[in-house]
Design a protein around this ligand. Structure first.
Ligand code: SAM
Length: 452
């Protein structure tokens, strides 16, 4: 492993090129008559495909993605082109399917403005560089905005006469000269047999969603991008931030999930935490995909009993469904107040605390806090209602659900306008209407009702 590896000028495969074109539509996979000889045609059986794929595709080792790809279709439809896209003052080196390129906006909108001077980039000790809060930051704050330096498809069907390494090298060579040193400096994990470009892509690329053409296999292509600054964010299995890419602005935005104190490291997750529940599963995924041993605060637990407890908590969170989260309040509602609302509140508070300990703010977290807001509205506890409705609003802001957030703000200011206000009083003194779809829906605010 080499950290901070920067190629010396003499060894550099990147010659100084004063005449580098900023736009080049060289087609790699062209018309039949001028196409380079096919290395090997994609075979049909699953077993043969797997073997064939070993030599012909790679970048993402994500097994779920490879499994979904119909290589034959991809081979037929891929029309890859290198191009330098200009986004504002930034030049992005891309290798994309021409159909994807044609779906990108001709003019990109301006991205939103992040909080000023909220973060700094500095040493994170043994994990190299990291990103830190320079002040207390509230949840759902936008803390960083950045355009990519490179973008490429996850799955490349290399039957156009270039090796994978040559493809990546070409992509890097198109990066503007003044940016290249910063890109090469991202090499913090380079196995001996791996080319520097691939090592950088593997340990820094972030999955992004671009518009997909309606051709077979296009959805499975997926894309990834390198961001010089965002790449400095370390991974955590209990992240306090997340990112989102918007093709309209061609920018990545980083948002906080929970309150972050001044001096705290800002971390996001490199993997899907909903499926890998145990520490071993997460570590092994990160080892395979990113070549490092995770030392985040959840993985660094030294007491085996604490690890087991964390694994069990995560499994429990993973097993929660929409139905199991909504059931207790629904039962209280249907029972016309006979069940104890305090027990319902305790159930949700315990669940929210478990999710906070694990740093997992899944979809179910939104449901739990909405249920708490409804419970406190039902018993007319104005302080607690405002607290939980405020948290629900943070999530609406985070999800860019502006209308929902505005409604929630109105409920915070005028709690009695919320449909569940005083349910407990009304429920015990009068006979409630039989629960209809509408009344049940009231138990969950609209935003949270529509699963994103
Ligand atoms: C995308 S970079 C993050 C920024 C990096 N620290 C740097 O100095 O540029 C990913 C690399 O950071 C390190 N890293 C990130 N998160 C880590 C974690 N939770 N545990 C151990 N190493 C980590 C690993 O070396 C990994 O290959």
């Amino acid at each position: 492993m080499r950290r901070g590896y920067l190629l010396g000028k003499r060894d550099s495969p990147y010659p100084t090129r004063n005449t580098k074109p900023d736009r080049d539509d060289r087609r790699l996979f062209t018309d039949e008559h001028d196409a380079p000889p096919t290395v090997s045609a994609p075979p049909y059986t699953v077993k043969e495909l797997r073997e064939w794929g070993k030599g012909n595709i790679r970048l993402s080792d994500d097994p779920s993605m490879s499994a979904k790809v119909n290589l034959h279709d991809l081979g037929l439809f891929q029309r890859l082109v290198f191009r330098n896209i200009r986004v504002g003052t930034v030049q992005v080196s891309v290798l994309l399917d021409s159909a994807v390129l044609s779906l990108l906006p001709t003019r990109f909108s301006s991205p939103p403005t992040p909080l000023e001077n909220a973060i700094e980039f500095r040493s994170a000790g043994a994990n190299g560089m990291g990103v830190f809060a320079t002040r207390d930051i509230r949840p759902a704050a936008l803390i960083h905005v950045e355009h990519p330096t490179t973008v490429t498809q996850n799955t490349l069907v290399l039957n156009f006469g270039m090796t994978r390494v040559e493809v990546y090298r070409e992509l890097f060579q198109r990066v503007p000269e003044q940016t290249l040193p910063s890109l090469l400096d991202l090499c913090n994990s380079q196995p001996d047999e791996m080319a520097i470009e691939e090592a950088i892509l593997r340990s820094n690329a972030i999955a992004i969603k671009l518009p997909s053409p309606a051709v077979p296999g296009s959805l499975a292509m997926g894309h990834n991008a390198i961001f010089l600054r965002t790449s400095r964010l370390n991974h955590s299995c209990s992240p306090n931030a997340f990112h989102r890419f918007d093709p309209q602005t061609f920018a990545l935005t980083v948002h906080t999930i929970c309150p972050i104190a001044k001096g705290e490291e800002i971390v996001h997750s490199y993997i899907d935490l909903t499926s890998a529940t145990t520490r071993e599963a997460r570590r092994s995924l990160l080892r395979d995909l990113c070549h490092f041993e995770c030392t985040c605060n959840r993985c660094a637990l030294s007491d085996p009993a604490a690890v087991l407890q964390s694994d069990e908590r995560r499994q429990k969170i993973h097993d929660m469904t929409r139905e199991t989260v909504l059931a207790p309040l629904e039962a209280w509602y249907r029972g016309h107040g006979r069940a104890d609302l305090k027990t319902v509140i305790a159930f949700h508070l315990a669940a929210v605390e478990e999710m906070r300990i694990e740093g997992l703010y899944h979809y179910q977290y939104q449901l739990h806090i909405s249920q708490l807001a409804v419970c406190y509205a039902a018993i007319e506890d104005i302080r607690s209602f405002r607290l939980w409705m405020g948290r629900a609003r943070d999530i609406a802001v985070r999800n860019l659900a502006a209308d929902e957030a505005a409604d929630m703000l109105r409920f915070i200011v005028y709690p009695e306008t919320f449909s569940a206000w005083g349910w407990a009083r009304k429920n015990t003194s009068t006979v409630s209407p039989p629960p209809t779809e509408t009344s049940t829906t009231c138990l969950v605010p609209r935003m949270i009702n529509s699963k994103a």
